[in-house]
Design a protein around this ligand. Structure first.
Ligand SMILES: Nc1nc2c(ncn2[C@@H]2O[C@H](COP(=O)(O)OP(=O)(O)OP(=O)(O)O)[C@@H](O)[C@H]2O)c(=O)[nH]1
Ligand SMILES: [Mg+2]
Length: 1146
């Protein structure tokens, strides 16, 4: 039933949001008779979900199998270099690729009247249409659903890249181009909405040509820069890249070649230069043979009909320059038809739907009754233009792709013939006539499907050539480690290689061919949409989770084979014996419905049922055990919106749990995590995605139980800033200034050990007081972090390195302190570096052992200074360990690079120190690292991760007791104590520094009209957004705006923009951009008289009930409240005395 791979094409439609993908798909579906001609373009058949129809955007990609009778073009592909390499024999021994390297032979045809228009020497069988099956996947354009696009890119071999002729290449288009290239897809460019150039922008044909030419140049420039940047990466790739040239050729859009389609999906027309040139030649409009005509048709060339010559065309020659050929023959008739029909509409008194400001709009204000029932006839004035335009160069079906038995193929030559067609399909309004006429004149479906069949590789070609690096299995772990075959189990490896080979050849048919299919996403559906007699007993509302699969080799069969399932993490280890095994059922996809089939051969896309129990997001199925999962690519998508989901009734918890699991299976970009507190966090790529996921969760997966959804959770980070004079190291040791504010405000002042911390330094005392560790925390600038990570000097990091060097007194003498020196010193002391910008350093004195001090103490404790109020001068010498403490204070003056010997110190002996050092190195150092990591995970302000902080271990004191056998540690010091002490020490150090929050910023791109710009700026500035670029889109009054906005302020942005600008701006597209320090001190208080006057005295109490708009404090409180931590403003009455009744009771 299903044809072999040579007659199959797998194609996906990709584009920026709203550029017309689904509308385009409608036209292709209409060509198969699945939907009616009148609905095509407005129905959006593949947006089958009611939510998709309501919002007008696609949210889930959907697939459909289409049949197409493809007449191989006489010119075939110009990509001969590409095809010459990929002749593949299929089972019948016939060449799958019949066109490799053949010469163009259109010119052999001569006169070409009637049906035979000059295939010349081609054999009759070559001219016959070939029945092809095209599996089409329509993908969403909205960035929230980019995961859906990624999975359809993996499944398909070619991509229809749709670009709006007015909006041009948008941000999303660029990223899609890159992604499609990574998956090695063959692209076809569709310039859609060309009608808007005529009706909305009012461009004449020459202007429209210039604009389209510019658009193709932009697209090619984007592809070229992408190819250049990726070729550099490929050079380092050990796989080599012999498909490089073919890819460069495929990624060059050249209308002459035919991989560019000019289209209006709304009105159902589209054409390519080869089809146009053939039809022009056939109709005799231009007496040039197609191969040369094609070369002239898209370029700055005009045709002089009088002399029969082609001449150079120059733009703007005072109107005398003529019209380029593309404009005259390609766009001219279309413009005529649009104008003719609009004229006809106004002459019967209809308001023009095409032209917003057309003359017809004003005519019939008082004549509404008439206009409602008015009908345009083929004889209405204006329609004569249409009929005459139709005579020139139609690319109608019987030229491009004959449809047997289609009597409606020819173009009407007279008004009567046209009227017959209009009457038959009941078209009388302007838009219905426009699409009825144009879809016959230049049928879009034929142009697109022919281009797909010609340029898109068959699944066999793709697997063996174009996409041989994308469609590969992961190497088993044993092979990756270089263990030889025998060790890996002999036959296992052989079997694996055999499977890999079968995938490459796209083998099918024989029983000994291994069957492999890759399921790259799941789709939720109900039983009602599934045509399967065996499942008829299930209620029609039963949920079914279907896997969307591409069969890579063999025949995927329903029920009678048990398949092994390989999850994405499977690495070919010893667990081959415990592989999950499943019987499956296969279905063909028809948009939202599924039709049961018994077997699906290689090269097709199908739906697979019965994999739900595996609980895997992607899975590779194979009938052998030696298989591996398909290799995937990571595009670094990260969820932006998180919420906490909980059931209203506790008894529903289990249903919710199951529902969340199903949701996360069905949508691979949804992440569900459970926190230690028992919360269930649902993370999605954006707000619309979140709304949709919650809706699905409630309706589909959780049987409509009531759910409580929290406000969106915004991630923050905590960091610290420099003190004013921090680069003066010695000054900093003198602790004369008052402590910083946050360490005195509840609840921060409750941090344990805060008494021993000041100005970023903390001497943290282990519980039991058997040891103390001195640490210091400073900001770690991003550039310095980059230097530490790459272990070399990074551009622009010099100043920051010097600042750090000064603050740590690293790099010896002031004058000789240079950036490379500081870096070297930092690298020497580096103990750990984490992924989020933090580093743990160990002072050189500590690493050499000089700063590990043994304290000979009688009570087994290190010296602990009196906590508060105590005057240190009161008998300090009497206190045990005070000397060592003093020595340590001295020691710290050495800074990061002090290498002084402790031998000067009279109170400790070398032997004692050696014992202490051993203790530190063996038992404590590792735990200190763990303590650091723990502290970095949750900062002291609101338990959010810490970012951009360097912690320096400066000094360690360990209390020892001396005995006859030698020194031993006075008190037990365990790893746990060190972890806890270091964690609280770092928190205290951070609390005594200027605190800062780091917030995530999102990048937003949108289009706005001039009128919407004012409100756009107002909304953005209210939300602390910054406009990065704004550029006019050529020839329109649209402005493309790129801006950044803090993530916390981004919720509800789209509806607000829409409301405030009355729809003048398009929906913003939000992606994560960067982390940025929020430069506001959350604990700022008015200090000067003036500030106090402005903000009042109240702030002294650290309370929030003032007019001061402190965002940082607001966010800290928000996060603390969400986490159930104590909030400083929880004091409700701040000045109770005000409530006193002063009047005396009498
Ligand atoms: N004028 C004009 N409008 C078009 C054309 N094609 C599509 N549209 C309109 O553009 C809007 C978006 O079309 P869709 O097909 O939903 O766009 P999409 O690319 O599928 O959108 P998403 O799936 O949400 O990314 C609809 O209002 C269409 O009517 C065209 O050729 N000309
Ligand atoms: Mg769509």
């Amino acid at each position: 039933m299903l044809p072999p791979p040579s007659s199959t094409r797998l194609v996906t439609i990709i584009a920026h949001v709203d550029h017309g993908k689904t509308t385009l798909a409608d036209n292709l579906i209409e060509s198969n008779g699945i939907i009616s001609e009148r609905l095509a373009g407005t129905l959006r058949y593949l947006d089958s979900d009611p939510e998709e129809q309501r919002r007008g955007i696609t949210m889930r990609s959907s697939a459909i199998g289409l049949r197409h009778a493809h007449v191989p073009s006489p010119s075939r592909r110009n990509m001969t270099s590409l095809n010459a390499n990929c002749r593949i024999k299929d089972k019948t021994g016939k060449n799958n690729v019949v066109n490799g390297g053949r010469e163009e032979d259109e010119n052999g045809g001569g006169g070409g009247g009637g049906g035979g228009y000059g295939y010349g020497s081609e054999s009759a069988s070559e001219r016959l249409p070939r029945d092809m099956v095209v599996h089409l996947i329509d993908s969403p354009g909205h960035v929230d659903f980019s995961m859906e696009v990624t999975s359809s890119l993996l499944l398909c071999d070619s991509a229809i890249l749709v670009v709006d002729a007015v909006e041009g290449m948008c941000a999303r288009t660029h990223s899609l181009v890159r992604e499609a290239y990574v998956y090695r897809l063959t692209p076809i460019l569709v310039i859609n909405k060309v009608d808007r150039l005529c009706s909305e922008l009012g461009l004449d044909v020459s202007e429209a040509y210039v604009r389209i030419r510019g658009l193709i140049e932009t697209a090619n420039a984007a592809c070229a820069s992408m190819l250049n940047s990726s070729s550099a990466a490929v050079e380092n790739d050990d796989h080599g890249d012999d498909d490089g040239d073919a890819m460069v050729d495929a990624w060059n859009f050249d209308p002459v070649k035919g991989n560019v389609v000019f289209a209006s999906a709304l009105h159902g027309w589209g054409f390519t230069i080869p089809t146009l040139s053939r039809s022009l030649y056939r109709s005799g409009a231009v007496p040039l043979k197609p191969p040369s005509l094609r070369k002239y048709l898209f370029g700055d060339i005009k045709y002089d009909a009088a002399s029969g010559k082609v001449l150079k065309w120059k733009r703007g020659n005072g109107g005398n320059s003529g019209v380029p050929m593309f404009a005259e023959y390609g766009l001219g008739p279309l413009w005529d038809i649009y104008e003719g029909i609009s004229q006809a509409a106004s002459s019967v008194g209809l308001k023009s739907e095409l032209y917003a400001d057309a003359a017809g709009g004003g005519i019939d204000r008082n004549n509404n009754k008439r206009t409602e029932h008015a009908k345009i006839m083929a004889t209405t004035p204006g329609m004569d233009r249409v009929v005459s335009a139709l005579q020139a160069g139609g690319t109608c079906p019987f030229i491009v792709s004959p449809r047997p038995g289609n009597t409606d193929g020819s173009l009407p030559k007279t008004a009567q013939e046209l009227q017959l067609i209009l009457t038959r399909i009941g078209a009388g309004s302007e838009s219905s006539i426009v699409s009825a006429v144009l879809r016959r004149y230049r049928p879009l479906s034929d142009a697109i499907l022919d281009a797909v069949c010609e340029f898109g590789p068959s699944p066999a070609e793709a697997a063996s050539f174009h996409r041989k690096r994308a469609l590969v299995l992961r190497l088993p772990r044993s092979l990756g480690n270089g263990i030889d075959e025998a060790a890996a189990g002999g036959g296992m490896m052989e079997g694996f290689l055999k499977i890999q080979e079968a995938i490459k050849r796209c083998d099918y048919g024989d029983d000994d061919v291994p069957t492999v299919a890759h399921v790259c996403k799941f789709i939720a559906t109900s039983r009602a949409a599934v045509t399967d007699p065996d499942l008829a007993h299930l209620p029609s509302s039963t949920n079914m989770l279907m896997g969307l699969a591409r069969v890579l080799s063999g025949n995927l069969r329903s029920e009678d084979v048990v398949y092994n399932a390989f999850g994405p993490r499977y690495d070919g280890g010893n667990d081959r014996n415990v592989l999950p095994r499943q019987r499956i059922r296969c279905y063909l996809l028809m948009g939202s419905s599924f039709i049961r089939v018994d077997s699906v051969p290689a090269g097709h896309i199908c739906a697979v049922y019965n994999l739900e129990a595996l609980q895997l997001k992607t899975v590779t199925l194979c009938d052998r055990r030696e298989c591996m999962p398909l290799r995937g690519f990571d595009f670094g998508l990260q969820p932006l919106v998180k919420v906490n989901v909980e059931p209203v009734l506790a008894s529903d918890a289990e249903t919710l749990e199951r529902g969340l699991l199903k949701l996360s299976l069905a949508d691979s970009s949804v992440e569900v995590t459970a926190t230690a507190k028992g919360e269930r966090i649902l993370a999605c790529l954006g707000e619309i995605h979140l709304e949709q996921s919650i809706l699905d969760l409630k309706r589909v997966y959780c049987d409509n139980i009531e759910l409580r959804i929290s406000d969106p959770i915004t991630p923050f980070c905590e960091t610290t800033d420099w003190f004013e004079n921090e680069d003066d190291f010695d000054f900093f040791l003198e602790d004369k200034n008052p402590p910083l504010r946050q360490s005195t405000i509840p609840p921060y002042c409750d941090e344990e050990g805060l008494a021993y911390a000041s100005r970023g330094r903390c001497r943290t005392i282990l519980s039991g007081r058997g040891a103390a560790i001195s640490i210091r925390a400073i900001p770690l600038p991003r550039t310095v972090y980059a230097c530490l990570q790459s272990k070399q000097l990074v551009n622009g990091s010099e100043d920051d390195l010097i600042t750090v060097g000064k603050a740590l007194k690293g790099g010896s003498v002031e004058k000789s302190r240079t950036a490379p020196m500081v870096l070297e010193l930092l690298l020497d002391s580096l103990m750990d570096i984490d992924g989020s910008g933090n580093a743990l350093l160990e002072s050189s004195a500590l690493s050499t052992g000089n700063a590990v001090k043994a304290v000979q103490s009688v009570n087994g404790e290190v010296y602990v200074p009196p906590k508060e109020g105590g005057k240190k001068a009161e008998t300090p010498n009497a206190l045990v360990g005070y000397e060592e403490y003093k020595a340590m204070q001295q020691y710290l003056r050495g800074g990061l690079d002090c290498i002084r010997s402790t031998s000067e110190n009279a109170t400790s002996t070398t032997e004692a120190n050696a014992t202490a050092l051993k203790k530190w190195r063996h038992d404590m150092r590792g735990s200190a690292l763990a303590g650091f990591q723990l502290a970095m995970r949750a900062g002291p302000l609101c338990e959010e991760p810490v970012r951009g902080v360097a912690v320096i271990l400066e000094y360690v004191e360990i209390a020892l007791t001396a005995s006859t056998i030698g020194h031993s540690v006075a008190r037990d010091v365990t790893g746990g104590m060190v972890v806890a002490a270091l964690r609280s020490g770092i928190r205290c150090a951070l609390l005594t520094r200027p605190a800062r929050l780091v917030e995530g910023h999102l990048r937003l791109t949108l289009h706005s009209s001039l009128a919407g710009l004012g409100s756009l700026h107002a909304v953005l500035s209210k939300r602390r957004g910054k406009v990065v670029t704004d550029a006019m889109v050529d020839g329109t009054d649209l402005i493309q705006v790129t801006a950044t906005i803090p993530q916390a302020e981004s919720f509800g942005l789209a509806p607000e923009l829409m409301k405030k600008s009355s729809g003048e701006v398009t929906a913003p597209e939000l992606v994560f951009s960067h982390w940025e320090v929020l430069d506001e001190d959350p604990f700022w208080i008015p200090t000067t008289e003036e500030e106090r006057e402005d903000y009042g005295q109240n702030l002294q109490t650290g309370d929030s009930s003032t007019g001061l708009d402190n965002n940082a404090l607001k966010y800290i409180r928000m996060v603390r409240k969400r986490k159930g931590l104590l909030v400083d403003s929880s004091k409700i009455v701040s000045a109770a005395e005000k409530q006193r009744t002063l009047s005396r009771k009498k």
